[in-house]
Design a protein around this ligand. Sequence first.
Ligand code: ATP
Length: 357
Amino acid sequence: MSFLELSGVAKNYGPVAALAGVDLQVESGSRTAIVGPSGCGKTTLLRLIAGFEAPDRGRISLDGKELANGDAAVPAHRRGIGVVAQDGALFPHLSIADNIGFGIPRNADRRAEHIVELAYIVGLDKAVLKRRPHELSGGQQQRVALARAMAMKPRLMLLDEPFSALDTGLRASMRKAVAELLEEAGITTILVTHDQAEALSFASQVAVMREGLFSQVGTPRELYFQPRDRMVAEFLGDAIIVPARIADGFAASRLGRIAVDTKERRDVARIMLRPEQVLIKRTSREGMSGTPDMLFGEVTDCEFAGSVCTVAVRLLNSPDPPDAAAIGNTPLILRKTGMDAPAIGEIVRLTVTGKAH
Ligand code: ATP
């Protein structure tokens, strides 16, 4: 049995099925990320696990003990679960130090040092400890909420968009620091986020949610490279999806003959590649002659965004199309490092690497 188990958990708000019967297993000491579009039920799921609300149906067990069993349900404050809500929810009348130390008994050994340590870990300056929450920025308040939850040494930590008020650089470093800290303390964690890159980098298990149900649960690599459907594929990043005919571990498509991760034969299929699997090399119209097995295109757009650029390429040929119409007019959306951004109108050679799904 897993450390945390949800089975058939459902919750309605009037006519809205916020959760439509979800199953989830979370192993002890692991990190799970839940991602999905706004309103799909992520926060509701955390609230039910935390015990702020009761499910209409289903079971939630933690460390072998049923938590949500009608009248015998374990109340939120006795679940040993730490929650960091989106808005931090700090105690406005307490100092930052007392907010962080809320769960540490007043007479505990080294209480003050422990508070300073926790503040340091979440990147808060010692100088802010005397202040009140309203004297801190949104990002600083989120860090106080995190430190407070850590201080309580929960068995399970629920993080609802805890990094959302931080700017990009700080967000990445905080995420890493918090992940390491949770790992060291052996705290099982569930993170809710809108940010697909955050989910993939933070967690060992990612669950993509849609309309109150999980579309797919798996490792970050499984979800990114082997998404179950188009929604999962597109939610976790840009995807190139093209029609293909599959046989003997290869797909014939407008992109030529590409290795696929299935042995199944399918005459009418779609394959998916991530943009970074298609390498772009500059060439010229002359460079296209005498190489019928290579794939060429013309750059129709190039959007520079610093370290990367997004390049739209209209295919000029197709070495092995499943049918004559398959080359199509829709440009492929690819990526290149910003430094090598090609110009609009340039001819490029495309090479597919890795396997399609
Ligand atoms: P977001 O990413 O925008 O925070 P979410 O995935 O966390 O969204 P939830 O907050 O769980 O989504 O909401 C799921 C659905 O349930 C939504 O349609 C929402 O409007 C509805 N809902 C949530 N809480 C309540 C409530 N207390 N009363 C009525 N409807 C609610």
